[in-house]
Design a binder for this molecule. Structure first.
Ligand code: NIG
Ligand code: FE
Length: 423
């Protein structure tokens, strides 16, 4: 018979709660002053939720070890919340290692895209791939992310650009959600590129009249769960007005607006997103000061993607200006065939070195604020009572090792725990 509690993690050298007053997000001051307990313990119940966190002696006095299915002595280790990756494209076939060589030789992202490569190359291979192959590669990518500490991840469709393949991708994401412990937030991204042979107007019509209505039916029937709607709002892809109509239609279906904006050109995507009540906008390498102010006011999270700017040698997103303006800054890996990175610790490291964030800011951006960008910060992103028991144990006496060490995290991350189970 199982015992009343699933897991006790006791005596952690540092227990990083992130926050402790049910904050839904943190802005600059809160990000710089994370809540950390020296010598702390966590109690996870049989429902996988956190029942208590606090100083080790307080927990010891209240909970006898005999009440637990499992006890981990974390002496000499640090405990942190599981990481949240707020932006990935993990369902696709056909890698693009050849394009990496082109880009190293000087081609830009849009040069490759216009030459029929980039997203178009991946679309062709993804349309042709059986769902079982897509599921197998998705599973192995998600397991890699999990090993690197990610316990909640956003997963986009967007390499179909027509109904059948977009649904195939969302079904594969749904199957992964059912069969793996990692938490998933699913995003419909049918407006990721304009399909070959179509105009923007035709592509937008197809999304509004064919794809979204079918998606709505599947969601109402309970056969598909989709959380967010995305578009690639960019010159030569979806312009401001088509992006706006697609995002609005998604919002009317109950989806959170969470899209790619102001990446390669200043498009005023940030202002448009803020006006629509977007939960999050990603990239923002080219956001204007007015866009930053609009996002701060609307509480639209900025999901910054340090791997993209690094690989494409773009200007860095202006993280410091955003933080100073009170924007809710989050992080994502942007895992996709262009940016092949499954590791949020590497993403945080790049955010610190290239975008000049501090380590506490980067950790808050990869936990509570990334959870907020996905509408999940009431259940994820910090170690607080009633949230999911998702945590990491580090073989280190200071939590900052998770960001300081560049790669090789298999040795550093001793356990990844999701809902109280070691995964
Ligand atoms: O977020 N910018 C648009 N979408 C992706 C790249 C997708 C791809 O190149 O396959 C991104 O970086
Ligand atoms: Fe992306």
């Amino acid at each position: 018979m199982s015992r009343p509690y699933r897991l006790l993690v006791k005596n952690a050298k540092q227990l990083v709660l992130i926050c402790k007053n049910s904050e839904k997000y943190l802005t600059k001051d809160g990000m710089q002053n994370l809540c950390v307990i020296e010598n702390g313990s966590v109690v996870i119940g049989s429902d996988g939720l956190i029942k208590a966190v606090g100083p080790a002696e307080t927990i010891r006095a209240q909970y006898a070890e005999a009440l637990f299915d499992k006890v981990i002595d974390a002496a000499g280790m640090c405990v942190l919340p599981g990481l949240v990756d707020a932006h990935t494209h993990p369902v696709w076939a056909g890698d693009r290692v050849h394009e990496f060589a082109m880009k190293l030789a000087g081609a830009t992202y849009m040069d490759v895209h216009r030459a029929g490569g980039g997203i178009h190359f991946t679309v062709e291979h993804t349309r042709a791939a059986p769902a079982s192959d897509l599921l197998a590669s998705l599973r192995s990518r998600l397991v890699r992310m999990q090993r690197a500490g990610t316990t909640l991840v956003e997963c986009k469709s967007g390499y179909g650009l027509e109904l059948q393949t977009e649904l195939k991708m969302l079904e594969v994401i749904e199957e992964a959600r059912r069969s793996l412990p990692i938490n998933i937030s699913a995003t419909y991204c049918g407006a990721h590129a304009v399909p070959k042979g179509k105009t923007v107007v035709e592509a937008t019509e197809d999304i509004l009249r064919v794809q979204l209505p079918r998606l709505k039916e599947r969601m109402s029937a309970g056969t598909l769960r989709v959380d967010n709607i995305d578009v690639f709002c960019e010159q030569g892809v979806f312009d401001l007005s088509s992006s706006r109509s697609i995002l609005q239609a998604g919002k009317q279906m109950g989806l959170n607006i969470n899209f790619h904006g102001d990446e390669l050109h200043p498009m005023n995507s940030a202002q448009m997103g803020a006006e629509l009540g977007a939960l999050a906008i990603s990239h923002l390498e080219e956001v204007t000061d007015a866009g930053i102010a609009a996002m701060a006011k609307a509480k639209t999270a900025a999901v910054l993607l340090p791997t993209t700017a690094y690989i494409l040698r773009l200007p860095q997103p202006r993280a410091r200006q955003m933080l100073d303006a009170g924007v809710i800054v989050a992080l994502g890996s942007d895992f996709n065939p262009n940016a092949y990175c499954c590791s949020m610790p590497i993403v945080m490291h790049l955010a610190c070195v290239n975008m000049r964030m501090s380590m506490p800011e980067a950790l808050a951006a990869a936990t509570i604020n990334a959870a907020y960008a996905l509408g999940r910060s009431h259940t994820h992103g910090s170690l607080e009572v009633n949230k999911h028991g998702d945590l990491l144990l580090l073989n280190a006496t200071r939590w900052e090792h998770l960001i300081y060490q560049l790669g090789g995290h298999q040795e550093l991350i001793r356990y990844v725990i999701i809902k109280g189970d070691i995964v």
